[in-house]
Write a protein that binds this ligand. Structure first.
Ligand code: NI
Ligand code: MN
Length: 225
């Protein structure tokens, strides 16, 4: 049981288990720290936490190029349908729901944030729990701290948690540390910081007790398991 994570910069990841690949929040165009271009991303699946431009990103282009199945909030999926993405490739969901897939599953959790795209309401902001290659990854999305992160940790037992620590729009490093301790994964990866000056952070305070912190640079690949 293993997966390879590629950090796309900001909050984006490519999770791979051999030929099975899931992109999460693939924001590349306009991302000042991205090292990949949309056409570099090969994935049959895309999962989105919410509709903000820095998360929806290049979803449409990547989905069209790869024929990817997209997993996202109901309202985001409706928007993709209006853009002409084939309905067979659209998987709507809402917090609390779990979708079984050919690679494993994708579950949607709550997140405390907002979600819109070009002024359009995009449904609830979510966190994602993705099971691929027998490894479980909880991507918190953009969110403030909430104590049910402990419950999410107990239910899904994530191996890896991707936790936003850039402050202002999400938790900062101190609250992110608390989130990591609530979730209690084996490894915590800080995300959503230093992409833009407004979320630039010294994350030395992100030091959860008993949890390995893995700092990934954009473009870095890391195998787990
Ligand atoms: Ni956001
Ligand atoms: Mn964001």
């Amino acid at each position: 049981m293993s997966i390879t994570l590629t950090f796309l910069g900001h909050a984006g990841f490519l999770l791979e288990d051999g030929p099975a690949a899931v992109a999460i929040d693939p924001f590349l165009t306009g991302n000042p720290v991205a090292t990949a271009k949309p056409e570099d991303i090969k994935c049959k699946h895309i999962a989105l936490t919410h509709g903000h431009e820095d998360h929806f990103g290049d979803t449409e282009a990547i989905a069209r190029a790869n024929g990817s199945v997209v997993y996202a909030a109901y309202e985001i999926i409706n928007y993709l349908g209006e853009l002409g993405i084939d309905g067979d490739k659209l998987q709507p969901a809402n917090p609390g729901g779990k979708i079984d897939t050919d690679f494993g599953w994708v579950a949607f959790t709550q997140a405390f944030h907002s979600s819109s795209y070009k002024g359009r309401y995009m449904g609830p902001p979510c966190g994602l729990v993705v099971n691929l290659g027998g490894i479980t990854v909880y991507h918190c999305g953009d969110t403030g701290l909430f104590s049910d992160m402990k419950l999410i940790g107990e239910i899904y037992k994530p191996d890896i948690a991707c936790i936003p620590v850039g402050d202002r729009f999400t938790m900062g490093p101190e609250l992110g540390k608390k989130a990591a301790e609530f979730i209690n994964p084996k490894v915590a990866i800080p995300i959503h910081y230093k992409t833009f000056p407004i979320i630039a952070q010294d994350i030395s305070a992100f030091s959860p007790t008993g949890i390995e912190v893995k700092i990934m640079e954009p473009g870095e690949r890391w195998s787990f398991g």
